[in-house]
Design a protein around this ligand. Structure first.
Ligand SMILES: Cc1cc2nc3c(=O)[nH]c(=O)nc-3n(C[C@H](O)[C@H](O)[C@H](O)COP(=O)(O)OP(=O)(O)OC[C@H]3O[C@@H](n4cnc5c(N)ncnc54)[C@H](O)[C@@H]3O)c2cc1C
Length: 427
């Protein structure tokens, strides 16, 4: 099935007109690859920027079959278009969960591999690829190749974090982790400075999940104030169930004025006061996927969309670098609405295309104003100078070198040329 559609990533910028083909089986994928000179895979479109955009797109959402689940070993095989949310009601009641999960459950397995996603436990568990047993990939020539750490190894590592530039992932097999219950013990530590925030991140127990929030509007001695949210799996003696938090929907795009510098500052001040030191027990859904409770929250930015800028700095430059970046942002007219700070550990030496490097990453969400692109240029310069990189799955407007990977070294032009020429948006 082929349709002409206006498509975008999660941040609603850029929007492009694309011919979207949605094959329902592997033969359909092969036919589509062979019939097109340029094409890019699209999972569920939850990357923020232009990663899954092109004028010709192949949707993997028709490949939605769970192929095998071993509830004793915790190993699962499924097609690439299966969403994490399709798997949770099956694996959690059997006592299993993902070793690594992003902060949203509506992503496909193909998308999780192509971005090599990370979670709030990177120092301990690494990225999605660390738990991958194998996957099947269809190449530009239409050949199906099985890739693992022992078979077609270089293609295996190039595809993990390779943004779909090596071919289309058809299916994958990966290892799950045992969990003692479906709830988490969560601790909030309120921090009155950037220094305090980094100390709380550093002093966590190794088995804890951790993510920091920075009030990016705070200035002077309070610059970098925020909160760290730590969590561990709760051990309890009740049957394990997958419990979804109730959802609220943002039904329409908010007006452009809703998120203005004044309202964003007020939100940050309020959120800081709400995040007092506390402990509570929450469901796994509420802890791992808090934003899923507000369906279509991306519409809060209005039709203009937003830009998420996520960068990672090496350990030796992380604290000072983040402080300098916050100063640059503080002096600009742009005010980020949300921020997420994460600590990252070593990455597997073969995982050449994976985003995190040992150090810290910070994600900042900016409304798309006419002047945001100038700020992104400045941030790119600083991140580059500090030896850092940006996360390509969030990117819409950075200099291509900032991703730290070069598709012409490992990808096929059929798959990467659409992105590298930076498709011109219709909005
Ligand atoms: C609210 C929110 C929170 C998030 N939190 C995190 C987080 O904590 N950590 C993190 O790492 N990421 C996070 N992300 C990003 C998200 O996990 C990734 O962008 C993921 O790749 C999206 O999967 P998707 O199925 O929507 O893929 P798409 O957005 O459709 O595609 C993403 C990339 O994968 C490629 N791709 C998709 N399917 C295939 C396939 N079958 N074969 C080959 N290539 C393919 C595409 O070409 C594209 O380059 C978050 C996103 C949102 C919206």
């Amino acid at each position: 099935m082929k349709t002409l559609q206006k498509i975008s990533g999660w941040a609603n910028y850029p929007i492009v007109e694309a011919e979207v083909t949605s094959p329902q089986d592997i033969e359909g994928v092969r036919r589509c690859i062979l019939a097109n000179e340029q094409i890019i895979a699209r999972g569920n479109g939850k990357s923020y920027g232009d990663a899954s955009l092109g004028h010709r797109v192949i949707s993997t959402l028709g490949l939605r079959e769970i192929l095998d689940f071993d509830p004793v070993a915790g190993v699962i095989s499924c097609q690439a278009g299966v969403l994490l949310s399709d798997l949770l009601p099956i694996i959690v009641p059997a006592g299993w969960f993902f070793h690594v999960t992003p902060g949203i459950k509506q992503v496909t397995i193909g998308g999780a591999i192509a971005s090599d996603v990370h979670g709030k436990n990177h120092p301990l568990k690494g990225c999605f690829s660390d738990w991958l047993v194998s996957f099947e990939l269809i190449t530009a020539e239409g050949d199906i190749v099985v890739c693992s750490r022992h078979q077609n190894t270089s293609l295996f590592w190039q595809t993990c974090g390779g943004m779909g530039w090596t071919g289309i992932i058809l299916s994958a097999c990966f290892q799950l982790q045992r969990v003692p219950s479906s709830r988490m013990r969560q601790k909030t530590i309120q921090c009155h400075s950037l220094d305090g925030l980094f100390q709380a991140m550093e002093q966590r127990r190794p088995e804890s999940y951790a993510a920091g929030w920075i009030d990016t509007t705070s200035k002077g001695s309070r610059m970098g104030q925020g909160a760290v949210h730590l969590a561990e799996h709760l051990v309890e003696d009740t049957p394990i169930q997958w419990l979804e938090a109730p959802k609220t929907n943002i039904p329409v795009f908010a007006p452009k004025w809703l998120l203005n510098p004044m309202s964003v500052r007020a939100f940050n001040a309020l959120y800081f006061h709400k995040n007092k030191n506390a402990e509570k027990v929450v469901t796994m859904d509420a802890y791992f996927y808090p934003l899923d409770a507000l369906r279509n929250w991306n519409r809060l930015y209005g039709r203009r969309g937003f830009i998420q800028y996520q960068f990672c700095l090496p350990e030796n430059n992380a604290f000072d670098g983040i402080r300098r970046l916050l100063e640059v942002v503080g002096k600009s007219p742009e005010v980020p609405f949300l921020s997420v700070l994460k600590k990252h550990g070593e990455r597997a030496s073969n995982a050449v295309n994976t985003f995190p490097i040992k150090g810290y990453s910070l994600a900042l969400d900016f409304p798309r104003t006419p002047t945001i692109f100038r700020l992104v240029e400045k941030l790119d310069d600083l991140v580059w100078h500090l030896g850092g990189k940006i996360y390509l799955t969030k990117d819409a407007c950075s200099n291509p070198k900032m991703g730290g990977i070069n598709p012409s070294e490992f990808g096929h032009p059929k798959f990467y040329s659409a992105l590298r020429t930076r498709i011109s948006p219709i909005h």
